[in-house]
Design a protein around this ligand. Structure first.
Ligand code: GLP
Length: 241
């Protein structure tokens, strides 16, 4: 499958073939890659060339090496497009993946000063505090803590928050969601994130804080999400002003 007459360097042809096998699922995340020797013999090319292709794919994070064990296929991250205001449920469905929630906590509490200020409500006013693990195909993707004024978004139940909050707001309450602002930060997982996201100690996580308004400008949620940095990447389109 290598064309030695082609102007495309052989290492590059091999890289493309390995990438294609990862993308079409023939090579699965966690699988070990055939050895340099196997590729070299099978394709009748030098081991140096194979090594170069593999090194490039390691640098591009398609593959990773484990000392003493070999080279493995890396889990591909989900790319989330941040150009629209979408919900987790919508994002997963748009990708053909099954969204899920593991509910850790759901209760009404008095807002502390900081959350009250962010939601523009009185301190101690009742808010829903919702803590959910957001799953894709049953794999934990993010830990999300949501604060919602109970006098504004009425009638939330544990059943609703185990599905989609945005859907409830729009379909059942017939309120329109308007816009949001988000802050991104890179952090190291804390104890709770290590446990709920099932990640090793010192793993990086992407911390996102979203404050969202209804179309009339009322703030209806403050959400603190911690996304697994090994599973997620984000994409923006940027336009020069
Ligand atoms: C994303 C956002 C959250 C939002 C949530 C709603 O995860 N980061 O700010 O609250 O979607 O999701 P759903 O409608 O699936 O409950």
């Amino acid at each position: 499958m290598i064309d030695k007459q082609s102007p495309i360097p052989i290492y590059h042809q091999l890289e493309e073939q390995i990438k294609a096998k990862i993308e079409n699922g023939e090579y699965k995340p966690g699988d070990s890659l055939p050895s340099e020797r196997e590729y070299a013999e099978q394709l009748n090319i030098s081991r140096m060339t194979v090594r170069q292709a593999i090194t490039n794919l390691v640098n591009e994070r398609y593959l990773h090496r484990i000392k003493g064990k070999g080279t493995f296929i890396t889990e591909q991250k989900l790319e989330q497009n941040l150009n629209g205001l979408t919900s987790f449920t919508e994002d997963m469905k748009a990708r053909g993946m099954e969204p899920g929630n593991r509910l850790i906590n759901f209760e009404i509490i008095p807002a502390n000063q900081s959350i009250a200020e962010q939601l523009h409500i009185a301190e101690h006013a009742p808010i829903y505090e919702i803590k959910r693990i957001r799953l894709a195909e049953n794999i934990p993707m993010a830990l999300e803590r949501t604060y919602i004024p109970a006098n504004l978004i009425k009638g939330l139940t544990d059943n609703i928050v185990q599905n989609s909050i945005y859907q409830y707001i729009e379909s059942k309450l017939a309120l329109k969601i308007g816009k949001a602002s988000q802050i991104f930060e890179a952090t190291i997982a804390n104890e709770e994130e290590i446990e709920y996201l099932e990640i090793p100690e010192l793993s990086p996580v992407l911390f996102i804080k979203r404050t969202t308004q209804l179309e009339d400008g009322t703030t209806f949620e403050v959400v603190k999400s911690s996304y697994r940095a090994d599973r997620y990447k984000f994409m923006f389109d940027l336009e020069r002003q």
